[in-house]
Every structure is written in structure tokens, then in C-alpha cells.
Design a protein around this ligand. Structure first.
Ligand SMILES: C=C(O[C@@H]1C=C(C(=O)O)C=C[C@H]1O)C(=O)O
Ligand SMILES: [Mg+2]
Length: 459
């Protein structure tokens, strides 16, 4: 089967290359179902040096990209979303699209840094303020149906085909087990004292009316006995966090990865969707305790306060571009394996913008990750937070050639750098925050990444 496909793709590309005058060719074909995490794990073995992974919260849409045929990246600050949009449109204009019995269209996948005005540290050097890519090979799974898209620079298909041939060969072979996780050598929370001081100072400033809410994040670092392979972590995240977005973006051997419950925005034609997620408590040890915690969260003034700012901002942002915006009048509980949150889903109808990137630009950062008022809160974070957030807490996701797409907020995430891993977690500080409780909250938010790395909570 794979061998047949291989010849077919090679032949097709060859024919198209001969007659096409455009610089890029993108060719999509129906494909056999294959485990997406396994597909992802084969990337480096086939000499693809970049890869990405995306699965939405319901696993309805899954994308795995290997290799990089076209890169859009920019270090611009104000204009980064606009620049990506312009370059994407240019690329679409330069590309010949072919497909066989499928409606699937190629996508652009990538993300943005949280704050382009925060000086970048060495840790995030492979992650510019905006980077989105068109992969050489894209596996798309929608509603259980798979397609494969091969995108090449015209005249350069031979090089990509060699790698693809290897990929097909491996897919055809008996499936090798996924990589295993190495053992932990060291676990260290970074600048906890400074972070706690920043929290205390921020609470004081909020109490005298300087801000309403500021989200402060911190980092923990882990060292392992061996290289931490992204597919092993992804496999664990998939098992352990079934109702979250799964994402990974690997560049130059460094992989930003996570399982986020938080949708920033989705656009599907003229409908758009977002979620307000803020206010947290851990899961209970028994059913009864868990229910008590949930009931408490639904009534707790401080958490409702944290949540309200997010609802207000997202509602306003959507109302500015949609004819109608619907949301429940009060938050519900979203129960995740390690934590429960206050949650308000938002639906916008008759959205007037043509591209999801305009929505991303409008919404990022929501007060769930930045604060209120937005500008002042982000400035304060830049000043007092002892951390370079990089791509943590920023938009990550995809868009298609029609301007539709979906972006999650990249929380519950970490950066894999060989044997070293950094993980990140933050929390919404308001006037009646208690520094120790906020510290505990960030600890709970480290749990998904720690568990996926095979590290127990008390280590
Ligand atoms: C900032 C994070 O989470 C955000 C902060 C929350 C809170 O403070 O209650 C809840 C959900 C997220 O919007 C994180 O997980 O790192
Ligand atoms: Mg909170």
C-alpha cells in the first residue's frame, strides 16, 4: 500500500513540476489512518529536522507536520500578526494546489511569543516573536478521516521525496514502540523568593488601585539522565490529559510542548469561539471532597473576581467584530485531571473579520494570562516577573488558506532542550490574593507537565 502511494506521489509531483510555473506545489491525497503520535515520532528518523503536533480538545482535528517547506518568521513587535498574514497570502498566491478526492487544504502552523517587548534570553533563541511554517509533509486527521499533504518547492521535490520514502517505509514496517522517558537527575524551582516578592508587591499595587489583575508566572527546571524525546512526552500527555489541546513545535532540536485546556479563539466561516478560563482549585482526593472544592470555587469571591475580568474582555473583543455574542450568565466548572477551573464558553455569530489572525491579535493576551488593564498589566509583568516567558502563555495554533483556524493559549507547557526541560505556570493575582495560595496554585499547574515527564509531584 505504502509503496503504491510512494510511486503515485513521486509520479504526480514530477508531472506537476514539469508543467507548473509556480514556485510551490502542494498535493493532498486521502490517506490510511495512522497513530499521529507515532507519525510524529518518525520525523527525526527520516531526517526531518522540524516537526509539529496539534490535536484539539476533542481530538476531532489533528495535525502533524514534518519538515519545513516554507517559513514565515518575524521579530517585529507591533506588526507581527499582520506580517504573518501578508506573507501567508503571498505564499498562497505562489502555490499550485492539487488534491485528489479530498476537501482538505494545507495549513500554516506555529505560534507567537507572549510579549515581544521582553528581552529574549538564550533559552528561547529558537523561538522568534512569530514563527509559522508550512511543513513538507502534513498528516491531517479530521473526524477520523486522514489525508496526507506533500508540499515542495518546485524543482526540489526529489530531496523531500527521499525522506518521504523513508517515512512510508517505516510506516509500512511493524510499529516500533515509542521512546521511553529518561530518569530525573535534578528538579529545581527557579527564583521562588523573587516570584513571591513580586506577588506581594503586585497585591499591594492592586490594593491601591494601580491594576485590577496581573498574572504572574514562574519556572521550574528539570535535568534528566538522557535526551528527552518529544514523542515520549506527547504520548504521556495524550494519555493523561484527554480533554486538552495537545501541541508541540520543534525547531533546531528544541521542542515547546504542552497540553492546554484553554482555547484562545477558533474561526469557522463567520462563526467564532473563545473560552474564558480563570479561577482554580485542585481536584479532591475523594468524590465528596472534589465536589466540595468545586462548589466552593463556584462561590468564591476572589476566584469569581479573577474570572470576571476575562469574561468582560473577551465579550468586548468579540462584540466589536460579531453581530451577536452568546455566553452563559455565570461560569461553569471545568474539571481536568489535576485541577478544576471556572469556565465560560463564548460563541460569536456573523463575525466580520476575514482571518483568524485578526482575532488572535485582538484577544492576546486575555486577562487570564496578562491582566487588567491590559497594557499596564503586561508592562508590570515585563518589569517584575523573574522569567522570560518566550512562547509560554502565548497563542499557538493553525490557520488554513481560507483564514479559518484555531489557536490555544500555550499554558501547562514546557520547553524540551536535550536533557534539560523548563516548565512554566502562572496565576491571576487580584487584591485579595494570598501569596502562598497562589504559589500552591502554580504548583498544581506544574503537575500535567511533571506527570508527562514521569516525575511525581513530591520530587
Ligand atoms: C497562567 C496559567 O493558567 C491561567 C490562570 C488561571 C488562574 O489563575 O486561575 C486559570 C487558568 C489559566 O487561564 C497557567 O496554567 O500557567
Ligand atoms: Mg487563579
Amino acid at each position: 500500500m505504502a509503496i503504491l502511494y510512494q510511486h503515485k506521489i513521486r509520479e504526480q509531483l514530477h508531472l506537476i513540476e514539469k508543467k507548473e510555473k509556480r514556485p510551490f506545489i502542494s498535493w493532498t491525497e486521502e490517506w490510511n489512518n495512522v497513530d499521529p503520535v507515532y507519525f510524529f515520532s518518525l520525523g527525526p528518523i527520516c531526517s526531518f529536522r522540524e516537526r509539529f503536533f496539534w490535536a484539539d480538545r476533542t481530538n476531532e482535528t489533528v495535525y502533524v507536520g514534518l519538515g519545513c517547506t516554507y517559513v514565515i518568521e518575524t521579530e517585529e513587535k507591533e506588526d507581527r500578526f499582520h506580517t504573518v498574514e501578508t506573507k501567508w497570502k503571498q505564499w498562497i498566491g505562489q502555490t499550485a494546489f492539487y488534491s485528489n478526492k479530498t476537501e482538505t487544504v494545507p495549513i500554516l502552523f506555529g505560534g507567537f511569543s507572549f510579549d515581544p517587548y521582553k528581552p529574549r534570553t538564550e533559552k528561547w533563541r529558537a523561538f522568534p516573536h512569530a514563527k509559522m511554517v508550512v511543513p513538507a509533509v502534513l498528516l491531517t486527521s479530521k473526524g477520523g478521516k486522514a489525508t496526507l499533504t506533500v508540499t515542495v518547492r518546485s524543482g526540489q521535490s526529489a530531496e523531500t521525496m527521499e525522506k518521504i520514502e523513508m517515512l512510508f517505509h517505516l510506516l509500512h514496517e511493524e510499529r516500533a514502540p515509542l521512546h521511553s522517558l529518561p530518569s530525573l537527575m535534578k528538579y529545581e524551582e527557579i527564583q521562588t523568593e523573587q516570584w513571591l516578592n513580586a506577588v506581594k508587591q503586585t497585591i499591594a499595587k492592586i490594593r491601591v488601585g494601580k491594576f485590577d489583575k496581573v498574572v504572574l508566572a514562574r519556572e521550574a527546571r528539570l535535568s534528566f539522565a538522557d535526551w528527552v524525546e518529544a514523542s515520549a512526552v506527547l504520548g504521556q500527555l495524550r494519555e493523561q490529559q484527554p480533554f486538552s489541546y495537545l501541541f508541540a513545535f520543534e525547531q533546531e532540536g528544541q521542542c515547546f510542548i504542552g497540553a492546554s485546556p484553554e482555547q484562545l479563539v477558533k474561526k469557522e466561516g463567520d462563526a467564532c469561539y473563545s473560552t474564558c478560563l480563570a479561577g482554580s482549585i485542585r481536584r479532591g482526593k475523594t468524590v465528596q471532597e472534589d465536589e466540595q472544592f468545586g462548589e466552593w470555587l463556584l462561590r468564591d469571591g476572589k476566584n469569581l473576581h479573577e474570572h470576571r475580568f476575562v469574561v468582560q474582555m473577551i465579550k468586548e473583543a468579540m462584540e466589536a467584530v460579531c453581530e451577536r455574542v452568546d455566553m452563559p450568565p455565570s461560569p461553569q466548572l471545568l474539571k481536568l485531571p489535576n485541577i478544576q477551573h471556572l469556565y465560560t464558553p463564548v460563541v460569536g455569530e456573523h463575525c466580520r473579520v476575514s482571518s483568524i489572525l485578526s482575532l488572535v491579535e485582538k484577544m492576546h493576551p486575555t486577562p487570564a494570562l496578562g491582566g487588567t488593564p491590559r497594557e499596564a498589566a503586561v508592562k508590570e509583568i515585563r518589569k517584575v516577573e523573574p522569567l522570560d516567558r518566550g512562547w509560554y502563555a502565548a497563542p499557538i495554533g493553525w490557520m488554513d488558506t481560507k483564514g479559518n483556524g484555531e489557536f490555544a493559549v500555550a499554558i501547562r507547557s514546557g520547553l524540551l532542550q536535550g536533557q534539560d526541560v523548563s516548565i512554566f505556570a502562572g496565576c491571576g493575582i487580584v487584591g485579595d490574593s494570598d501569596p502562598i495560595s497562589e504559589y500552591e496554585e502554580t504548583k498544581v499547574k506544574f503537575t500535567p507537565m511533571l506527570s508527562a515527564l514521569g516525575v511525581g509531584q513530591d520530587e
